[in-house]
Design a protein around this ligand. Structure first.
Ligand SMILES: NC(=O)c1ccc[n+]([C@@H]2O[C@H](COP(=O)([O-])OP(=O)(O)OC[C@H]3O[C@@H](n4cnc5c(N)ncnc54)[C@H](OP(=O)(O)O)[C@@H]3O)[C@@H](O)[C@H]2O)c1
Length: 199
């Protein structure tokens, strides 16, 4: 259930498939949801499905590794939701199942950009909107890999460890603005990402 103190249900979820479940869960409580991803045809197909269910979901095509596109996304969110946001779900994230010695400079930049830099910047951009809502909520999707050590995939795991720490810092820093911050660290869920990296 949505927190009872959320009276204006303006929610932005950025990127994902776990996102599909998150969007539906929130939209079925009557929340207005704005989501994003890079693939427009997939977003359009999801939107048609959500429309048939009566969900109020809009979307932006956005690659969150681009600073410029992140700024544009949050301008759209601000305009759609009258400068207020109740819930921000930072879901986008990627993973490469490789030993540490095999990560290339390009892979390092992509994983850091997708998992960490985008999250940090989107939260910076969302702060005034969350504060303006009077009861902001941030959910950072981390991973069990950010809590428990395993012998592969150190790069994604370190971004998720950092996200857990970021949640704690933002919770302290933005409590005065009535913004609650949590991170969620799932175990393995069957999604296109896990199918790709586990095969
Ligand atoms: N699945 C698991 O077992 C598992 C376990 C622990 C944590 N998690 C976390 O849960 C989150 C979602 O994982 P998932 O398994 O659902 O991943 P997924 O199947 O790869 O889905 C990722 C989603 O994010 C979008 N996306 C990827 N890169 C993007 C970018 N640069 N800009 C905008 N959108 C982008 C993708 O759409 P487009 O390709 O169209 O952009 C897709 O909708 C991640 O943070 C992941 O680390 C997952």
């Amino acid at each position: 259930m949505l927190p009872h103190d959320i009276h204006e249900d303006y929610i932005q979820v950025f990127a994902a498939i776990v996102v599909h479940a998150i969007v539906e869960e929130l939209a079925q409580f009557g929340a207005r949801v704005h989501t994003c991803a890079r693939n427009e045809s997939k977003l359009e197909a999801c939107k048609r499905n959500w429309d048939t269910k009566g969900f109020q979901v809009s979307y932006s095509v956005c690659d969150v590794t681009s600073r410029e596109q992140r700024e544009k996304l949050m301008e759209i969110v601000s305009s759609k939701f009258n400068g207020k946001l109740n819930i921000l779900v930072n879901n986008v994230g990627t993973y490469l199942r490789k030993p540490t010695t095999e990560f290339t400079a390009q892979e390092y930049a992509t994983i850091m950009g997708t998992n960490l830099e985008s999250t940090y910047h989107i939260n910076q951009l969302a702060h005034p909107l969350l504060k303006a809502s009077g009861c902001g909520n941030i959910v950072l999707i981390s991973s069990i890999g950010g809590v428990v050590a395993v012998d592969v995939g150190s790069l994604s795991s370190k971004t998720k460890g950092a996200i857990n720490q970021l949640a704690k810092n933002l919770a302290c820093e933005w409590a005065k603005d009535n913004i609650r911050v949590n991170s969620v660290a799932p175990g393995v869920i069957s999604t296109p990402l896990t199918k790709l990296v586990m095969t």
